[in-house]
Design a protein. Structure first.
Ligand code: 4AD
Ligand code: MG
Length: 437
Protein backbone atom coordinates (compact mmCIF):
# COMPACT_ATOMS: atom_id res chain seq x y z
CA UNK A 1 0.00 0.00 0.00
CA UNK A 2 1.22 3.51 -0.73
CA UNK A 3 -0.25 6.99 -1.09
CA UNK A 4 0.49 10.70 -0.80
CA UNK A 5 2.81 11.82 2.02
CA UNK A 6 1.22 12.24 5.46
CA UNK A 7 0.82 15.78 6.75
CA UNK A 8 2.67 16.19 10.03
CA UNK A 9 2.82 12.49 10.78
CA UNK A 10 3.29 11.05 14.26
CA UNK A 11 4.70 7.63 14.99
CA UNK A 12 1.23 6.46 16.02
CA UNK A 13 -0.06 7.21 12.47
CA UNK A 14 2.35 4.79 10.82
CA UNK A 15 0.68 1.39 11.38
CA UNK A 16 -2.25 2.52 9.23
CA UNK A 17 0.02 3.93 6.48
CA UNK A 18 2.67 1.36 5.62
CA UNK A 19 4.62 2.13 2.47
CA UNK A 20 3.97 5.89 2.59
CA UNK A 21 7.26 7.85 2.83
CA UNK A 22 7.42 10.02 5.95
CA UNK A 23 9.58 12.57 7.72
CA UNK A 24 9.42 12.43 11.51
CA UNK A 25 10.98 14.44 14.29
CA UNK A 26 11.54 13.31 17.83
CA UNK A 27 14.11 12.14 20.34
CA UNK A 28 16.53 9.25 20.34
CA UNK A 29 15.28 6.80 22.94
CA UNK A 30 17.72 3.97 22.45
CA UNK A 31 20.02 2.48 19.85
CA UNK A 32 21.97 -0.61 18.97
CA UNK A 33 24.14 -1.69 16.07
CA UNK A 34 24.70 -4.92 14.26
CA UNK A 35 27.46 -4.78 11.62
CA UNK A 36 26.38 -2.51 8.79
CA UNK A 37 22.97 -1.83 10.28
CA UNK A 38 22.06 0.58 13.07
CA UNK A 39 18.75 0.46 14.89
CA UNK A 40 17.62 3.75 16.40
CA UNK A 41 14.51 3.87 18.53
CA UNK A 42 12.83 7.21 17.95
CA UNK A 43 10.15 8.51 20.26
CA UNK A 44 7.87 11.47 19.63
CA UNK A 45 5.37 11.18 22.48
CA UNK A 46 2.87 9.29 20.36
CA UNK A 47 4.92 6.10 20.32
CA UNK A 48 8.25 4.41 19.71
CA UNK A 49 9.63 3.60 16.28
CA UNK A 50 12.45 1.31 15.28
CA UNK A 51 14.42 3.07 12.55
CA UNK A 52 16.68 0.82 10.53
CA UNK A 53 19.70 2.42 8.91
CA UNK A 54 21.73 0.42 6.43
CA UNK A 55 25.24 1.76 5.90
CA UNK A 56 24.88 1.27 2.16
CA UNK A 57 21.77 3.51 1.98
CA UNK A 58 23.06 6.67 3.66
CA UNK A 59 26.01 9.05 3.38
CA UNK A 60 29.09 8.36 5.54
CA UNK A 61 28.32 11.56 7.56
CA UNK A 62 24.78 10.40 8.27
CA UNK A 63 26.02 6.95 9.24
CA UNK A 64 28.56 8.54 11.61
CA UNK A 65 26.11 11.02 13.15
CA UNK A 66 23.61 8.26 13.86
CA UNK A 67 26.35 6.30 15.57
CA UNK A 68 27.52 9.05 17.91
CA UNK A 69 24.20 10.65 18.89
CA UNK A 70 23.39 10.13 22.56
CA UNK A 71 20.08 9.32 24.17
CA UNK A 72 17.57 12.21 23.93
CA UNK A 73 19.29 13.81 20.93
CA UNK A 74 16.69 15.57 18.81
CA UNK A 75 16.55 14.17 15.32
CA UNK A 76 14.69 14.08 12.05
CA UNK A 77 14.36 10.85 10.11
CA UNK A 78 13.03 10.22 6.63
CA UNK A 79 12.05 6.80 5.46
CA UNK A 80 9.37 4.34 4.52
CA UNK A 81 7.43 2.50 7.24
CA UNK A 82 6.78 -1.20 6.85
CA UNK A 83 4.81 -3.59 8.98
CA UNK A 84 7.10 -5.61 11.22
CA UNK A 85 5.37 -7.62 13.95
CA UNK A 86 8.57 -7.93 16.00
CA UNK A 87 9.17 -4.14 16.22
CA UNK A 88 7.64 -2.03 18.99
CA UNK A 89 4.29 -0.74 17.71
CA UNK A 90 4.33 -3.28 14.88
CA UNK A 91 6.08 -1.00 12.34
CA UNK A 92 9.66 -0.18 11.48
CA UNK A 93 11.12 2.54 9.35
CA UNK A 94 13.62 1.83 6.59
CA UNK A 95 15.62 5.04 6.83
CA UNK A 96 16.70 7.07 3.81
CA UNK A 97 18.04 10.06 5.74
CA UNK A 98 18.73 11.09 9.36
CA UNK A 99 19.53 14.56 10.66
CA UNK A 100 20.68 15.09 14.21
CA UNK A 101 19.02 18.41 15.11
CA UNK A 102 20.64 18.64 18.52
CA UNK A 103 23.20 16.13 19.72
CA UNK A 104 22.60 15.33 23.38
CA UNK A 105 25.34 13.99 25.61
CA UNK A 106 25.32 12.92 29.24
CA UNK A 107 21.55 12.50 29.56
CA UNK A 108 21.31 12.29 33.33
CA UNK A 109 18.62 9.62 33.56
CA UNK A 110 20.38 6.38 32.70
CA UNK A 111 18.92 2.90 33.10
CA UNK A 112 20.86 2.32 36.31
CA UNK A 113 18.84 2.53 39.52
CA UNK A 114 18.42 6.14 40.56
CA UNK A 115 17.22 7.12 44.00
CA UNK A 116 13.74 8.62 44.12
CA UNK A 117 15.04 11.93 45.40
CA UNK A 118 17.28 12.27 42.39
CA UNK A 119 14.47 11.37 39.99
CA UNK A 120 12.07 13.80 41.64
CA UNK A 121 14.59 16.62 41.38
CA UNK A 122 14.91 15.71 37.68
CA UNK A 123 11.15 15.43 37.23
CA UNK A 124 11.22 17.75 34.20
CA UNK A 125 13.47 15.20 32.46
CA UNK A 126 12.20 12.05 34.16
CA UNK A 127 8.83 12.71 32.43
CA UNK A 128 10.40 11.49 29.17
CA UNK A 129 11.00 7.96 30.40
CA UNK A 130 8.71 5.33 28.94
CA UNK A 131 7.15 4.46 32.29
CA UNK A 132 6.27 8.08 33.04
CA UNK A 133 4.91 8.58 29.53
CA UNK A 134 2.63 5.55 29.99
CA UNK A 135 1.35 6.86 33.34
CA UNK A 136 0.67 10.33 31.92
CA UNK A 137 -1.22 8.84 28.99
CA UNK A 138 -3.37 6.80 31.34
CA UNK A 139 -3.98 9.89 33.47
CA UNK A 140 -5.09 11.84 30.41
CA UNK A 141 -7.37 8.96 29.37
CA UNK A 142 -8.97 8.98 32.82
CA UNK A 143 -9.53 12.74 32.57
CA UNK A 144 -11.21 12.40 29.18
CA UNK A 145 -13.22 9.46 30.49
CA UNK A 146 -14.46 11.57 33.39
CA UNK A 147 -15.74 14.32 31.11
CA UNK A 148 -17.37 11.83 28.74
CA UNK A 149 -19.02 9.96 31.63
CA UNK A 150 -20.75 13.09 32.88
CA UNK A 151 -21.43 14.62 29.49
CA UNK A 152 -23.29 11.47 28.34
CA UNK A 153 -25.44 11.62 31.45
CA UNK A 154 -26.46 15.26 31.05
CA UNK A 155 -24.27 16.81 33.75
CA UNK A 156 -23.09 20.41 33.49
CA UNK A 157 -19.50 21.12 34.40
CA UNK A 158 -19.28 23.94 36.91
CA UNK A 159 -15.84 25.17 37.90
CA UNK A 160 -15.41 25.85 41.60
CA UNK A 161 -13.15 28.63 42.86
CA UNK A 162 -9.64 27.90 44.08
CA UNK A 163 -9.35 30.92 46.38
CA UNK A 164 -11.93 30.55 49.11
CA UNK A 165 -12.80 32.38 52.31
CA UNK A 166 -13.33 29.24 54.41
CA UNK A 167 -12.47 25.56 54.93
CA UNK A 168 -14.43 22.67 53.45
CA UNK A 169 -12.71 19.55 54.78
CA UNK A 170 -11.51 20.62 58.24
CA UNK A 171 -9.12 23.37 59.21
CA UNK A 172 -6.02 21.27 59.93
CA UNK A 173 -4.90 21.02 56.30
CA UNK A 174 -5.57 24.54 55.03
CA UNK A 175 -3.17 26.48 52.86
CA UNK A 176 -3.46 30.11 53.77
CA UNK A 177 -2.64 33.03 51.51
CA UNK A 178 -2.94 36.81 51.79
CA UNK A 179 -5.90 37.94 49.68
CA UNK A 180 -5.80 41.67 50.35
CA UNK A 181 -3.90 43.53 53.02
CA UNK A 182 -6.73 42.95 55.46
CA UNK A 183 -8.14 39.66 54.28
CA UNK A 184 -6.81 36.11 54.13
CA UNK A 185 -7.93 33.44 51.68
CA UNK A 186 -7.46 29.68 51.59
CA UNK A 187 -6.68 27.37 48.70
CA UNK A 188 -9.64 25.11 48.02
CA UNK A 189 -9.65 21.66 49.65
CA UNK A 190 -12.72 20.62 47.65
CA UNK A 191 -15.16 22.28 45.27
CA UNK A 192 -18.13 20.64 46.97
CA UNK A 193 -19.61 23.54 48.92
CA UNK A 194 -19.77 25.63 45.75
CA UNK A 195 -21.27 22.79 43.74
CA UNK A 196 -24.25 22.39 46.02
CA UNK A 197 -25.79 25.77 45.07
CA UNK A 198 -24.98 24.95 41.43
CA UNK A 199 -26.93 21.68 41.77
CA UNK A 200 -29.97 23.80 42.64
CA UNK A 201 -29.39 25.78 39.45
CA UNK A 202 -28.54 22.94 37.07
CA UNK A 203 -29.62 19.65 38.68
CA UNK A 204 -26.66 17.42 37.85
CA UNK A 205 -23.26 19.09 38.03
CA UNK A 206 -19.61 18.24 38.49
CA UNK A 207 -16.36 20.05 38.95
CA UNK A 208 -12.84 19.00 38.12
CA UNK A 209 -9.84 20.91 39.27
CA UNK A 210 -6.84 21.18 41.54
CA UNK A 211 -7.37 20.93 45.27
CA UNK A 212 -4.95 21.58 48.08
CA UNK A 213 -4.29 19.95 51.41
CA UNK A 214 -1.49 21.11 53.67
CA UNK A 215 -0.87 17.50 54.65
CA UNK A 216 1.83 17.21 57.26
CA UNK A 217 2.21 13.50 56.73
CA UNK A 218 4.58 11.96 54.23
CA UNK A 219 2.71 8.97 52.89
CA UNK A 220 2.55 7.38 49.46
CA UNK A 221 -1.16 8.25 49.29
CA UNK A 222 -1.00 11.96 50.05
CA UNK A 223 -0.15 14.90 47.86
CA UNK A 224 -0.43 18.54 48.86
CA UNK A 225 -1.88 19.45 45.47
CA UNK A 226 -4.08 16.93 43.70
CA UNK A 227 -6.85 16.95 41.13
CA UNK A 228 -10.32 16.02 42.22
CA UNK A 229 -13.48 15.28 40.26
CA UNK A 230 -16.68 15.91 42.18
CA UNK A 231 -20.25 15.27 41.01
CA UNK A 232 -23.20 16.71 42.93
CA UNK A 233 -26.76 15.64 42.17
CA UNK A 234 -30.05 17.20 43.19
CA UNK A 235 -32.61 14.81 44.72
CA UNK A 236 -30.10 11.95 44.86
CA UNK A 237 -29.85 10.10 48.15
CA UNK A 238 -27.22 7.73 49.48
CA UNK A 239 -28.37 4.62 47.56
CA UNK A 240 -28.34 6.51 44.28
CA UNK A 241 -24.91 7.86 45.14
CA UNK A 242 -23.52 4.37 45.67
CA UNK A 243 -24.86 3.27 42.28
CA UNK A 244 -23.42 6.35 40.59
CA UNK A 245 -19.99 5.89 42.15
CA UNK A 246 -19.85 2.21 41.22
CA UNK A 247 -20.90 2.91 37.63
CA UNK A 248 -18.28 5.67 37.45
CA UNK A 249 -15.40 3.50 38.66
CA UNK A 250 -16.45 0.68 36.33
CA UNK A 251 -16.77 2.88 33.27
CA UNK A 252 -13.39 4.52 33.83
CA UNK A 253 -11.76 1.12 34.33
CA UNK A 254 -13.24 -0.18 31.06
CA UNK A 255 -12.01 2.95 29.32
CA UNK A 256 -8.44 2.45 30.53
CA UNK A 257 -8.46 -1.28 29.73
CA UNK A 258 -9.87 -0.70 26.24
CA UNK A 259 -7.89 2.32 25.15
CA UNK A 260 -4.59 2.17 27.03
CA UNK A 261 -3.73 -1.48 26.73
CA UNK A 262 -0.25 -0.70 25.38
CA UNK A 263 0.54 1.62 28.28
CA UNK A 264 -0.71 -0.91 30.84
CA UNK A 265 1.52 -3.47 29.19
CA UNK A 266 4.51 -1.16 29.36
CA UNK A 267 3.82 -0.75 33.08
CA UNK A 268 3.56 -4.54 33.38
CA UNK A 269 0.16 -4.10 35.01
CA UNK A 270 -1.45 -7.41 35.91
CA UNK A 271 -4.76 -7.08 34.05
CA UNK A 272 -6.35 -9.97 35.89
CA UNK A 273 -6.42 -7.60 38.87
CA UNK A 274 -8.52 -5.04 36.96
CA UNK A 275 -10.85 -7.30 35.01
CA UNK A 276 -13.01 -8.31 38.04
CA UNK A 277 -13.63 -4.61 38.75
CA UNK A 278 -15.65 -4.39 35.58
CA UNK A 279 -17.39 -7.74 35.90
CA UNK A 280 -18.49 -7.90 39.53
CA UNK A 281 -20.75 -5.89 41.81
CA UNK A 282 -18.81 -4.03 44.51
CA UNK A 283 -19.48 -5.31 48.03
CA UNK A 284 -21.27 -2.78 50.24
CA UNK A 285 -20.60 -2.90 53.95
CA UNK A 286 -21.41 -0.57 56.81
CA UNK A 287 -18.81 0.96 59.10
CA UNK A 288 -20.12 -1.20 61.97
CA UNK A 289 -19.60 -4.32 59.84
CA UNK A 290 -16.16 -3.07 58.90
CA UNK A 291 -15.23 -2.74 62.58
CA UNK A 292 -16.30 -6.37 63.17
CA UNK A 293 -14.27 -7.57 60.17
CA UNK A 294 -11.22 -5.71 61.45
CA UNK A 295 -11.63 -7.05 64.99
CA UNK A 296 -11.73 -10.58 63.57
CA UNK A 297 -8.48 -9.81 61.78
CA UNK A 298 -6.89 -8.79 65.06
CA UNK A 299 -7.13 -4.99 64.80
CA UNK A 300 -7.82 -3.14 68.05
CA UNK A 301 -10.51 -0.88 66.61
CA UNK A 302 -13.82 0.18 68.06
CA UNK A 303 -16.79 2.30 66.98
CA UNK A 304 -15.62 5.88 66.47
CA UNK A 305 -12.10 5.13 65.24
CA UNK A 306 -11.01 6.39 61.86
CA UNK A 307 -9.47 3.81 59.51
CA UNK A 308 -5.87 4.29 58.43
CA UNK A 309 -4.08 2.76 55.47
CA UNK A 310 -3.53 -0.59 57.20
CA UNK A 311 -7.19 -0.93 58.10
CA UNK A 312 -8.24 -0.02 54.56
CA UNK A 313 -5.90 -2.64 53.13
CA UNK A 314 -7.19 -5.28 55.54
CA UNK A 315 -10.81 -4.47 54.68
CA UNK A 316 -10.28 -5.04 50.98
CA UNK A 317 -7.96 -8.02 51.41
CA UNK A 318 -10.56 -10.68 50.61
CA UNK A 319 -11.91 -8.89 47.52
CA UNK A 320 -10.81 -8.35 43.95
CA UNK A 321 -13.07 -5.31 43.46
CA UNK A 322 -13.32 -2.05 45.37
CA UNK A 323 -15.32 -2.16 48.59
CA UNK A 324 -17.92 0.46 49.51
CA UNK A 325 -18.16 1.43 53.16
CA UNK A 326 -21.11 3.49 54.42
CA UNK A 327 -22.71 4.68 57.65
CA UNK A 328 -19.69 6.17 59.38
CA UNK A 329 -19.87 7.61 62.90
CA UNK A 330 -20.96 11.25 62.97
CA UNK A 331 -17.89 12.20 64.96
CA UNK A 332 -15.30 11.23 62.34
CA UNK A 333 -16.97 12.71 59.29
CA UNK A 334 -17.50 16.23 57.92
CA UNK A 335 -20.12 18.59 59.36
CA UNK A 336 -22.31 18.55 56.25
CA UNK A 337 -23.11 14.82 56.13
CA UNK A 338 -26.73 13.69 56.49
CA UNK A 339 -27.41 11.58 59.60
CA UNK A 340 -29.10 8.22 58.96
CA UNK A 341 -32.81 8.33 59.82
CA UNK A 342 -32.69 4.99 61.66
CA UNK A 343 -29.40 5.51 63.52
CA UNK A 344 -28.49 9.08 64.55
CA UNK A 345 -24.96 8.01 65.53
CA UNK A 346 -24.03 7.46 61.90
CA UNK A 347 -24.07 9.54 58.72
CA UNK A 348 -24.81 8.67 55.11
CA UNK A 349 -21.16 8.94 54.17
CA UNK A 350 -19.56 6.74 51.54
CA UNK A 351 -15.95 5.75 51.06
CA UNK A 352 -14.77 3.50 48.26
CA UNK A 353 -11.64 1.52 49.00
CA UNK A 354 -9.66 0.15 46.09
CA UNK A 355 -8.20 -3.37 46.26
CA UNK A 356 -4.49 -4.31 46.36
CA UNK A 357 -3.83 -1.82 49.15
CA UNK A 358 -4.60 1.33 47.13
CA UNK A 359 -6.97 2.56 49.83
CA UNK A 360 -9.63 5.24 49.64
CA UNK A 361 -10.22 6.45 46.11
CA UNK A 362 -13.62 8.07 46.66
CA UNK A 363 -15.18 9.94 49.57
CA UNK A 364 -18.70 11.30 49.47
CA UNK A 365 -22.05 11.59 51.19
CA UNK A 366 -25.63 12.63 51.19
CA UNK A 367 -25.68 16.25 52.42
CA UNK A 368 -27.76 17.70 55.21
CA UNK A 369 -30.67 19.52 53.56
CA UNK A 370 -32.43 20.75 56.68
CA UNK A 371 -31.50 24.37 57.39
CA UNK A 372 -31.82 24.02 61.16
CA UNK A 373 -29.84 20.80 61.41
CA UNK A 374 -27.04 22.24 59.28
CA UNK A 375 -26.99 25.37 61.42
CA UNK A 376 -26.69 23.17 64.50
CA UNK A 377 -23.75 21.27 62.96
CA UNK A 378 -21.94 24.44 61.92
CA UNK A 379 -22.25 25.75 65.46
CA UNK A 380 -21.20 22.43 67.00
CA UNK A 381 -18.07 22.33 64.81
CA UNK A 382 -17.31 25.94 65.91
CA UNK A 383 -17.26 27.07 62.28
CA UNK A 384 -17.65 30.82 61.63
CA UNK A 385 -21.33 31.33 60.90
CA UNK A 386 -20.80 34.47 58.75
CA UNK A 387 -18.60 32.49 56.39
CA UNK A 388 -21.23 29.80 55.90
CA UNK A 389 -24.28 32.04 55.52
CA UNK A 390 -24.35 31.54 51.76
CA UNK A 391 -24.08 27.76 52.22
CA UNK A 392 -27.05 27.84 54.61
CA UNK A 393 -29.03 29.87 52.04
CA UNK A 394 -29.12 26.78 49.81
CA UNK A 395 -31.28 25.20 52.55
CA UNK A 396 -33.31 28.37 53.11
CA UNK A 397 -34.58 28.86 49.58
CA UNK A 398 -36.07 25.71 48.09
CA UNK A 399 -34.05 23.05 49.86
CA UNK A 400 -33.68 19.58 48.38
CA UNK A 401 -31.96 16.33 49.29
CA UNK A 402 -28.68 15.98 47.38
CA UNK A 403 -25.54 13.91 47.31
CA UNK A 404 -22.11 13.88 45.79
CA UNK A 405 -18.64 12.45 45.98
CA UNK A 406 -15.04 13.34 45.25
CA UNK A 407 -12.39 11.21 43.62
CA UNK A 408 -8.73 12.17 43.71
CA UNK A 409 -7.62 11.20 40.25
CA UNK A 410 -4.03 10.41 41.27
CA UNK A 411 -5.34 7.71 43.60
CA UNK A 412 -7.39 6.22 40.79
CA UNK A 413 -4.54 6.46 38.29
CA UNK A 414 -2.08 4.88 40.75
CA UNK A 415 -4.42 1.93 41.15
CA UNK A 416 -5.04 1.54 37.40
CA UNK A 417 -1.31 1.70 36.71
CA UNK A 418 -0.29 -0.50 39.61
CA UNK A 419 2.03 2.28 40.79
CA UNK A 420 2.70 2.37 44.51
CA UNK A 421 3.21 6.08 45.08
CA UNK A 422 1.01 9.01 44.02
CA UNK A 423 4.09 11.10 43.19
CA UNK A 424 4.41 9.34 39.83
CA UNK A 425 0.75 9.91 38.94
CA UNK A 426 0.81 13.69 38.63
CA UNK A 427 3.21 15.54 36.31
CA UNK A 428 4.74 17.72 39.04
CA UNK A 429 4.07 16.31 42.52
CA UNK A 430 3.75 18.72 45.43
CA UNK A 431 4.72 16.96 48.63
CA UNK A 432 5.91 17.87 52.08
CA UNK A 433 9.44 19.34 51.64
CA UNK A 434 9.28 19.16 47.85
CA UNK A 435 8.13 21.88 45.48
CA UNK A 436 11.01 21.77 42.91
CA UNK A 437 10.83 21.74 39.91
O1 4AD B 1 -12.60 12.28 51.27
P1 4AD B 1 -12.31 13.68 50.86
O2 4AD B 1 -11.58 14.55 51.80
O3 4AD B 1 -13.72 14.30 50.47
C1 4AD B 1 -13.98 15.57 50.08
O4 4AD B 1 -13.16 16.44 49.88
C2 4AD B 1 -15.43 15.80 49.75
N1 4AD B 1 -15.70 17.23 49.89
C3 4AD B 1 -15.71 15.31 48.35
C4 4AD B 1 -17.14 15.43 47.97
O5 4AD B 1 -18.00 14.83 48.59
N2 4AD B 1 -17.44 16.20 46.94
O6 4AD B 1 -11.48 13.65 49.49
C5 4AD B 1 -12.03 13.01 48.36
C6 4AD B 1 -10.98 12.19 47.66
C7 4AD B 1 -10.40 11.04 48.47
O7 4AD B 1 -11.22 9.91 48.45
C8 4AD B 1 -9.09 10.81 47.74
O8 4AD B 1 -9.30 10.11 46.54
C9 4AD B 1 -8.67 12.22 47.38
O9 4AD B 1 -9.84 13.00 47.34
N3 4AD B 1 -7.73 12.80 48.34
C10 4AD B 1 -6.40 12.93 48.13
N4 4AD B 1 -5.63 12.55 47.08
C11 4AD B 1 -4.32 12.83 47.15
N5 4AD B 1 -3.74 13.45 48.19
C12 4AD B 1 -4.47 13.86 49.25
N6 4AD B 1 -3.88 14.51 50.25
C13 4AD B 1 -5.87 13.58 49.25
N7 4AD B 1 -6.88 13.83 50.11
C14 4AD B 1 -7.99 13.36 49.54
MG1 MG C 1 -12.15 10.92 52.73
Amino acid sequence: MSGSPLQNPSISDLPSHPGVPVTLRGWLHNKRASGKIRFLILRDGSGYLQCVISKADVSPETWEAAGTAGQESTMQVCGVPRLEPRAPGGVELQVTDVKILDACHDWPITPKEHGTDFLLSQRHLWLRSSRQVAILKIRSEVESGIHDFFYKRGYTRVDSPILTPNACEGTSSLFETQYTEEEKAFLSQSGQLYLEPAAAALGKVYCFGPTFRAEKSKTRRHLREFWMVEPEVAFMEIDGLMDLAEEFVKELTVRVLDRRADDLKRLERDLTKLEPVVAKRFPRITYREAVEILKNKGFGVSFGDDFGGDEETALTAGYDTPVMVTRYPVAIKAFYMQPAGDDPEVVHGLDILAPEGYGEIIGGSQRIHSHDLLLERITKHSLPLEAFQWYLDVRKYGTFPHSGFGMGIERFVAWMCGVQHLRECIPYPRMLYRIYP
